[in-house]
Design a protein around this ligand. Structure first.
Ligand SMILES: [Zn+2]
Length: 83
């Protein structure tokens, strides 16, 4: 069972991965140091460290699907938010 608060919704724009809002510092439209091509190995079980460029917080992506990255720790500041 995947903990909901560990999921991070992302968007793909021209091969780059963006999140609409940083869960750690609240920055808008953060481009992650990750390409769309990097998602396949994550899906295959290869862990991937991601450093947020806005605040240098780190997460490890342990899985991904078409809409969400799954992190090794909570990435939703407030789980009761109406995502
Ligand atoms: Zn940030």
């Amino acid at each position: 069972m995947i903990p909901f608060q560990n999921t991070c919704p992302y968007e793909t724009i021209r091969g780059d991965i963006y999140i609409s809002s940083c869960p750690f510092c609240g920055a808008d439209n953060v481009r992650l140091p990750l390409r769309k091509d990097d998602l396949a190995p994550i899906r295959d079980g290869r862990k991937r460290l991601i450093v947020f460029p806005c605040c240098h917080e780190k997460i490890t992506a342990i899985d991904a699907d078409a809409d969400y990255l799954l992190a090794d720790r909570p990435v939703r500041a407030n789980p009761t938010n109406d995502w």
